[in-house]
Design a protein around this ligand. Sequence first.
Ligand SMILES: [Zn+2]
Length: 171
Amino acid sequence: MELVLSFERPPAAQTVQAMRQETESQMSAAQIDLEWRKGKRPGKLSPGQADRVYVSFRGSCDAVDSGEDALPVRTRRLAAAKVKDGHVLPIVEVECENVAAMVARADFLKRRHAVGIALGKVLAHELYHVLLESAGHSTRGLAKSAIEAHELTGQSRLSEEDCERLRRARH
Ligand SMILES: [Zn+2]
């Protein structure tokens, strides 16, 4: 599956690297290989073509410490897959600043990495919607409707069952 990325404000290479590794790790558990490239999405897309997913990152993903504590969960939207006429489209929008705000303070380099991992988990969550063409959620793991801050940077993964659903959807 190909992921076509566009950044409003390109983040640090280290952040992108950590994000890619995290999303790849999550999706490989469902035997889904990812290819990455940069590019803009075309004006018109049809549903049911999930082989190429367009991911746009809004705002700055860079690990600037706002000086505030990490925000509590459920306060802001982190990302969403576009839905049109009841169909989930292969279009994902990530709100970088909101994701970065969920990541606790840390020194500069650690934080860049941690924000990348958080972005990778958020992206895996949205790919779950796109691949299953469903806005539904799971009760466990990364496909839950609300992900807590500590889960974004911790070990949280898609559950076994969700990986199995993704495998079946793809193969
Ligand atoms: Zn969701």
